[in-house]
Design a protein. Structure first.
Length: 191
């Protein structure tokens, strides 16, 4: 969890306001909207879920909050992301049930996998802004295993797009991206 969080934070720190309207591999959200989504799920909701707190606690910001409009938003996200990773690094976070959204409680290990997968948006942000996400082999293997275990269900609920065909000899992270409906060879449009 800590390495996934750190990888995403490295990318987030490299994004300035001039990139907020850039396109990204999944065109539904521009870079700025995806940043807000990433911060909300891995910096707010993911943290609460790891602590087994209910979604939408009274003091929690609501979905749709414009985190990137706040001063020092990238450093605030770095702290939030690290706190979420720390919570999920404790074995008790993975036991029992918790909730990430208002749609009900699920096994904590399933929710933890979702939080881990949300840091995968670091790749979306990296390729949209001309950066490279650093994912080591161990993290790639964990992501691949988690995505493989929920890809079909995620597609049914519209969380993942159709699987992108990737060579079976491609790096494991590229195969995980393809399984999650991302084209690992996607390049941002020329200016």
């Amino acid at each position: 969890m800590a390495r996934a969080a750190e990888s995403a934070v490295d990318i987030v720190r490299g994004i300035g306001p001039d990139a907020f309207d850039e396109c990204r591999p999944c065109p539904e959200l521009k870079v700025g909207a995806l940043l807000n989504h990433l911060i909300f799920l891995t910096g707010v909701r993911g943290h609460a879920a790891g602590l087994k707190q209910p979604p939408q606690a009274q003091n929690e910001v609501a979905e749709g909050h414009a985190f990137i409009a706040e001063p020092d938003w990238a450093e605030a996200y770095a702290a939030r992301s690290a706190a979420t990773a720390a919570v999920w690094s404790a074995p008790e976070a993975w036991v029992g049930e918790t909730a990430l959204t208002g749609s009900g409680r699920m096994p904590a290990h399933f929710i933890g996998g979702i939080v881990l997968g949300e840091w995968l948006h670091g790749w979306d942000l990296a390729v949209a802004t001309g950066q490279k996400l650093n994912v080591d082999d161990e993290l790639a293997a964990v992501l691949y295993e988690d995505i493989a275990g929920k890809a079909e269900m995620a597609r049914q609920y519209g969380v993942f797009g159709p699987e992108v065909s990737v060579s079976p000899t491609a790096p494991l992270f590229d195969r995980a991206l393809g399984m999650a409906g991302r084209d690992p060879s996607w390049k941002r449009p020329a200016a």
